[in-house]
Write a new protein. Structure first.
Length: 168
């Protein structure tokens, strides 16, 4: 596994800034989906029961120059637990969640829950422009605010985007 990808899987920092520093490329947040949804099953990692409402958000972190998708992130958000101004900014979706929380200086705790490897399948292959049998890596973590789980995030990465070329 590429060393930088290992760092991404276990860091509790903001992925967008790590990507920009490593890749020497500005990273844009591209919103794919953001909607209020009712959970069809309990989500104990977020402390939410079946039938409760959360915000489902899917975004891409895309290189501005290369157009490469470096990260696909899916979040479940208990938006009612956030301050109104943060709710507004989050719903507008111009920044990644980590950047937004950092810019607002909100005290949070990020807890890495799991990470692993899986086959891309059709959906991830489409986003990353790879074959469906190619491996992708993922990590799942939650963001705690004032001791309560508020955001559950799963991020996916294609290792091939993080290997340094021989020229570098």
């Amino acid at each position: 596994m590429a060393p930088f990808l290992r760092v991404l899987l276990v860091t509790d920092g903001t992925v967008t800034k790590f990507l920009e520093a490593y890749l020497w490329e500005p990273i844009a947040v591209e919103k794919c989906l953001q909607e209020e949804t009712t959970l069809k099953q309990d989500e104990p990692l977020l402390g939410v029961k079946k039938g409760e409402s959360v915000i489902l958000r899917r975004i891409l972190l895309r290189g501005v120059r290369t157009g490469k998708v470096y990260t696909f992130a899916e979040s479940l958000i208990r938006i009612q637990l956030l301050e109104p101004s943060i709710q507004k900014d989050l719903l507008e979706g111009r920044l990644g969640i980590g950047e937004l929380l950092r810019d607002r200086r909100l005290e949070t705790y990020r807890e890495i829950l799991e990470f692993g490897k899986e086959k891309a399948g059709k959906e991830w292959a489409l986003y990353f422009k790879i074959k469906s049998g190619d491996p992708i890596y993922y990590r799942r973590y939650r963001i705690m605010i004032k001791g309560s789980p508020v955001i559950l995030i799963t991020e996916r990465f294609f290792e091939g985007h993080f290997r340094l070329s021989e020229k570098e």
